[in-house]
Design a protein around this ligand. Sequence first.
Ligand code: DQA
Length: 164
Amino acid sequence: MNPKIMILNGPNLNLLGVRQPHIYGYDTLADIEKRLRARARSHELAIDMRQSNHEGELVTWIQEARTTCAGIIINPAAYTHTSVAILDALLACEFPVIELHLSNPHKREEFRHRSFVTFAAKGVIAGFGAHGYELALDAMAQLIADQRTPAKPAQKAKTMRAAK
Ligand code: DQA
């Protein structure tokens, strides 16, 4: 069975496509999910994509992912900047977590510059609009592949020399 990646979306992301499209674009969450499914197949991954406007529901889904998934990609939306509960749930996960934003919060209001979720994230993808979801899935696929076949030190040195 292909490893499953949970892709979580926080509050107001159900309105993608109509909500401030000059910031978040015209793609709906359903458009994004369709493209992600195709991308996941090419990486031999499965995805479980969900959206909630409720902090506790997101926490429950993260806890569920701990035992059913190989990684989480999360756009926590406004909870990015407020939720210690989501951070704590993610810190309880032993697999890779990728934080994702459509916009680049660092170019926006100051209150968006702080992310609690970042403390649990392997990396952050932000500012690439809907395409960021595919970039995040590519990054997750690589992390999972690396876990399966960790490069031996000798091999690593050889690859690095070849790349120069
Ligand atoms: C967002 C950025 C957040 O600051 C904001 O509250 C969102 C969406 C993004 O994807 O750019 O709702 O996470």
